[in-house]
Write a protein that binds this ligand. Sequence first.
Ligand code: CAO
Length: 332
Amino acid sequence: MGAELVLPKIESVLQINDEVLINQSGLHSDAWASPSARKFARQFGVDIHQVRGSGQRGRVTKEDIEQFIKSSMLARKNSSAPIAAGISCLDLLPWPKVDFAKFGEVERQARSRIQKVSAANLARNWVMIPAVTYHDDADITDLEEFRSTLNKENQKDDLKLTLLAFLIKAVVAALKRYPTFNSSLDGEELVLKKYFHIGFAVDTKNGLVVPVIRNADQKGIREIAKETAELAILARDGRLKPDQMQGASFTISSLGGIGGTYCAPIVNAPEVAILAVNKSAIKPVWDGSQFIPRLICPLSMSADHRVIDGAIATHFTTYLTQLLGDFRKVML
Ligand code: CAO
């Protein structure tokens, strides 16, 4: 069967001020415009349906098209509007412009510098990385018992061994077994890192920041716990130095202290994978003869499919659940 050519349907023709205006349907929005305005739009490669008409009955005039071209160029140039610029590069519809106050009371808030920077980064990562999220459950009953015993023994120390510190150590062991997770794409090549710098997301009043534990493979649980606590304080006080947020080869987003079951984190470019951990809960687990209560921790790992296929991703999460299930394996 031959390909069918689908032409936009001309729905109606309107005569205003002696000009014949054409209205087409089947596109994003209906647009009234004279043939000369349409010709002008075509000359500049403007999709007339994206132009807001200021003429009679919303007619798109030549001036509207000129204005549209000017605003698009400004959006590309204006570095304070990276999202708008990115969207115009993708040739998407412009962001809806709505007068919200028409519908009820509203309040406008300025966005913090951190929020603006992370919004631009997240938008790029979401659009450019074909990520897949893999979920798994880790039985951390024994690990939590071990952690709680250590914390009781070291009560005087004023240092809490957090689950995050154990997660970092387990992730490093999994990265060692599956090195592609500790890599970055660089053009046609994959850069495999021999270092293990682990970023962890910190929720601050000004937005999300990701300090980095450098050489986590060379540090013990106590040192990692101490360093994460110190970095989290610096992050919340807005005192992190740029180099304390650079060079991560893998990121962990630990949300378990807040809640949630699972989530789908956005990969933090140029890394290729990110692990999110939500709140663990007691669940019934079948041991072969009966259900027993176990502490189950939900894991969600998003990975860049250009680098990591589903099979290896599942090997990674399976291995990670094994490590967290029996932490002695981390030492192997
Ligand atoms: N399941 C159940 N409880 C958990 C848990 C889990 N997976 N992880 C932590 N908890 C509990 C801890 O046991 C602790 O409880 P207690 O005080 O009773 O012992 C409490 O939650 C706080 O945990 P914590 O002090 O160990 O803190 P943390 O190491 O878990 O987290 C930090 C530190 C900085 C990662 C965290 O405060 C934070 O900011 N998380 C948010 C990360 C974020 O915003 N991610 C989103 C990124 S994308 O938008």
